[in-house]
Design a protein around this ligand. Sequence first.
Ligand SMILES: Nc1ncnc2c1ncn2CCOCCNC(=O)c1cc(-c2ccc(F)cc2)cc(O)c1O
Ligand SMILES: [Mg+2]
Length: 214
Amino acid sequence: TGSSRPQRMLKAVQKNATKGDPQSVISAIDYYCRHKEWAMNVGDEKGLILDSVLTEVNPSMALELGTYCGYSSVRIARLLSPNSKLITVEFNPAFAAIARQIIAYAGLQDKVTIVEGPSADLIPKMKERFGLKSFDFVFLDHWKDRYVPDTKLLEECGLLKKGTVLLADNVICPGAPEYLKYVRNNPRYESRYYKSYLEYTKAEDGLEKSVFLG
Ligand SMILES: Nc1ncnc2c1ncn2CCOCCNC(=O)c1cc(-c2ccc(F)cc2)cc(O)c1O
Ligand SMILES: [Mg+2]
């Protein structure tokens, strides 16, 4: 059997990016996915919005749900201050294996912890496993029908604090309509939509930024 799309993406990084240079890893993936083979990375256009929200929040502890090949893990980790950390959760072991190699190629392995398994099982174990109190920033990019249950779970597990920023990918395409209803009609969140485009396409998509008010 041949290679997988994630394996071909890793090869493109190893061929076209510079080891230890996160921006070159990001550019190599964006070039490959725009000109050779589409893949479900947050991409360069929504990636600029992610960058600007991250720079504003400057999180000490960040959580990502849905690692895929590690593109957004690299985008997030490259902007973290020293001693700040990213925990990223991936369900699919094959994706996690590629992500680990792409994150290491970017030289960001010391800032990123990849945890494999379903978010529903892992979120309740976060405090004890990582000795953390709460997250300052959460990037939701996993199964779109898990956005609401996992947000509720984060609340119930006391992993959100006043001011924690949730940023959700794909709220238009593939869409997360239940999530938009949940955060927009909820007095505990201050929500805002950033209109953009589905990665590497002209289709509409966007990010929803929701600040937890405590
Ligand atoms: N419970 C869990 N815990 C941990 N990990 C978990 C989990 N459950 C699942 N996973 C990992 C699943 O990751 C994939 C989720 N992402 C997407 O499905 C996605 C799809 C498109 C897309 C596809 C086709 C089109 F035509 C148009 C758009 C674009 C995107 O930007 C996407 O993000
Ligand atoms: Mg996405």
